[in-house]
Design a protein around this ligand. Structure first.
Ligand SMILES: CC(C)(COP(=O)(O)OP(=O)(O)OC[C@H]1O[C@@H](n2cnc3c(N)ncnc32)[C@H](O)[C@@H]1OP(=O)(O)O)[C@@H](O)C(=O)NCCC(=O)NCCS
Length: 154
């Protein structure tokens, strides 16, 4: 698995990433996220690829001055292709975003999710995100501290 920036060559495969139908309510389609990134210069986008195959799309946001704390540094979108789920691709993508955050001097990252049977809550809890108990726009707000990362086996 490797991390790749979006290019004219891989764009078609990126926007073709398909989730399981029951997961679609939990994250925007990749094409919408790319459009949002076009008008949000603080967005950070990467693909997880295996050779020519595009396995996942991740979008973070690094906007230290954002008025809402939960939007200053964290995961905005994560779409792992249905055919690639369950083999560590999501974890790889989140770790890549954590590395990017650390390189920017960020001490903790956030993610917001909607609760639901087919949602990503169990995934993010497993990766070490801790809900604050508050909700924003109907979604659970959670953070992961990035210090001592070497000692945590998430
Ligand atoms: C949630 C999602 C990102 C997980 O990606 P993935 O590549 O299948 O996850 P991984 O294989 O990296 O899983 C890492 C660990 O989390 C666990 N896990 C994954 N999804 C889980 C879920 N929904 N509930 C509980 N645990 C989960 C895995 O079992 C694995 O645990 P292990 O280390 O004990 O084996 C993926 O299912 C997805 O894209 N879902 C639809 C879109 C979505 O909800 N995105 C998040 C929006 S914020």
């Amino acid at each position: 698995m490797e991390l790749e920036s979006l290019t004219p060559e891989n764009l078609g495969k990126a926007v073709s990433i398909t989730l399981r139908p029951e997961q679609e309510a939990f994250v925007a389609p990749v094409v919408q996220s790319i459009a949002e990134a076009y008008v949000n210069p603080t967005a950070w986008l990467r693909l997880v690829v295996d050779g020519d195959e595009v396995l996942a799309f991740i979008m973070g946001n690094f906007d230290p001055d954002h008025e809402i704390e939960a939007f200053r540094a964290g995961i905005w979108r994560l779409n792992v292709a249905a055919s690639a789920q369950g083999r560590g691709v999501g974890r790889f993508a989140v770790r890549a975003l954590e590395e990017e955050a650390r390189a920017r001097g960020v001490k903790r990252i956030s993610v917001l999710w909607e609760r639901g049977e087919h949602g990503p809550e169990g995934f993010y809890l497993k990766l070490g995100f801790v809900p604050t108990g508050e909700e924003l726009f109907g979604e659970v707000v959670s953070y992961k501290d990035l210090h001592n990362q070497g000692k945590v086996s998430a």
